[in-house]
Every structure is written in C-alpha cells, then in structure tokens.
Design a protein around this ligand. Sequence first.
Ligand code: BYC
Length: 331
Amino acid sequence: MYTQGLDQSGKGDPGARGEETAAQLDVFQARIDAEEKIEAKDWMPEAYRRTLIRQISQHAHSEIIGMQPEGNWLTRAPTLKRKAILLAKVQDEAGHGLYLYSAAETLGVSRDEMVGDLLSGKAKYSSIFNYPTLTWADIGAIGWLVDGAAIMNQIPLCRCSYGPYSRAMVRVCKEESFHQRQGYELMLTLCRGTAEQKAMAQDALNRFWWPALMMFGPNDASSSHSAQSMAWKIKRFSNDELRQKFIDVTVPQAEFLGLTVPDDKLTFNKESGHYEHSDIDWQEFFDVIAGNGPCNKQRMAKRRKAQDDGAWVREAARAHAEKKAARSAAA
Ligand code: BYC
C-alpha cells in the first residue's frame, strides 16, 4: 500500500510508509478544510491518491482522444485562417494531455501504466468524443458546447485541493476559453451566412446538445464518487449543479445565434432563475461509457495504431537518454 508517514504539521514524511490511522486521516481532512494545497510529497490517504489518478488520467485521455474528432477536419477547413485556428486548438489539446499526464505522474503512477489502462479499456475517457463530426458546423459546435462545458467543469478544478492538478488547470482553462470563443464565432458566422449554413449549424446543435449535457457525468443520485470528492475538495460542485450552470449560460447564447435548443420542455423558471429541461437519456450515456457509442471502436483503434506507430520514437528517445547518461557518467 502506498501510504506515507506523517509529521506533526501533517505534511508527512515521504519516506515512511504504514497503515493509515484515524489521526492521520483527521489531520489530512483538517488541511483540506483549511484550504491548504496537498502537494506530491505530502502524506495523503491511499483512496485520495487513487481518486486523483483516476480522474486526472481520465481527463488526460479525454484530451488526447478529443483530438480525433476535430483532427478529422484539419484538411477540410474552409479557409487558411480557420485551418490555423483549428490546428492551434488541436495542438493545445495535446498539450493539455501532456500537462495532465505529468500531474498524474506526481502521484506515483507511470505514463506507461496510464496509457496501458486506456488501451486495455480499464480507464475511461469523456463520453463526448464517441460522437462523429459529420459537418464543418460540428467544429463550431464542439468549440462552443464541448469546450464551453469543459470550462464550466474545469474552472472549479483550478481550486482543487491537489496542488499539481490545480496549477495545471489554470493554463488549460485559459486555452479552453480561446477554444470556446473560436467555436462560438464559427457558429455565429454560419448563422449569419446562407440558409444552408444556418441549417448546418442547427443540425450540429441538435446532435451535440444532449451529449454535451452528459459530459458533466451522471446525475447526483447516481454519481458514485461525488460525495467523497467534494469532501476532499477535488470537486467543488456536483455534476447537476455544473450542468445547470452550463444550461443557464448557454441557452441565451443559442437564442443570440437564432438557433433552437432541441428540447421541447426547456422553460425559464423566473422564480428559481434557472432553465428547466427534459430528462436526459441516461441509457444512452451508460451505453456510450460502456464502449457502445457510435465511434468508441474507431477512436480506440486509432489510438492503438498511434501507440504502435510511435513505438520507434519512444525507443529512439530511450536509447538517446541512455547514451547521454552513459556519456555524463564517464566524464
Ligand atoms: N464520460 O461518480 P461520477 C475536454 C464516469 S476533456 C465518461 O460522477 P466523477 C476537452 C466516471 O469516471 C473532458 N465517463 O465520477 C478535450 C465514473 O466511472 P469510473 C473531460 C464518465 O469522476 C478536448 C462514473 O462515470 N473532462 O473537456 O466524480 C477538446 C461515475 O461518475 C463521464 C474531465 O475529465 C463522462 N462524461 O465525475 C475539447 C474533467 N462522467 O471512473 C474539450 C475532470 C462520469 O468509476 N473530470 N463518468 O469507472 C471530472 O470533473 C469528473 O471526473 C467528472 C465525473 C465530472 C467527469
């Protein structure tokens, strides 16, 4: 078991290991309650460490798999400017994946293990990336809705109790903000264009609305990890609270575009100040995360091929590092 000793400050002795005691857990929780950041070498409960590895690695996998649906459109972007923006965005997603894998590595897990868990199907990645990008408008809808949902979920993660994750999220969120804006501006351009372009934007909203709402995870009653993650201040808001915030800010944006949100029951409740909406099709969500969405197999096959195709690069980098180490040892 990976448990570390605890000094009087509760900050821990990374060298010592043993069983977790109630006193250790109390001191740890007191640090969390006092809004102290937990750092990589501090003592932490094994379950806290494992929860973070699960969440951060799944987040990293989502960024990397998330490059695929947009990457499909790099060669088909309608103008040089749109291509440059999309290229920058897809490269940003790769960067986010790398910061996040590095943040997870501070918890004692290796990159190889994390990638192995993704490829074996043990680790999840966001449900949203199992939907196809059928038209250019889908690139706008992804930026507006998917990155918009990502920001809503990730801004609170900048205040996550685990220092390395919270710091990685600051830069990720700045970049996500650019992604959301470029997506909305793309949608606005289509909506101010021809009737055919506006119809394309509406069709993209129709297909991405419900999957974007599912990104926030199952409703609170079915969210197995939320209560503990909120007590540890890994999560600051519940899945339903963040989903509601997203709906409340996004519906007026759709109205400004002149588009219709595909939900007959959507109504603004003046008393609560929130939009009420139809039930989400949770069966679809659970099917997608079980591997049976429209593109799961295609996404995983492509990721496996990329891993195999990159084997020679990893081998060459390892050989180079070994030669360099041998040279400096000899000097
Ligand atoms: N998709 O107890 P819950 C991006 C799983 S990247 C798949 O509520 P938790 C972007 C959950 O893992 C977007 N699985 O879990 C990239 C758990 O299963 P396990 C990714 C989901 O962790 C490129 C089970 O359902 N963002 O934005 O407390 C381009 C029960 O759920 C999903 C992040 O990863 C889902 N949507 O809360 C553009 C942010 N939802 O692990 C954009 C960080 C739930 O027990 N992650 N599950 O097998 C989080 O904030 C939280 O992990 C979640 C879920 C809110 C997603």
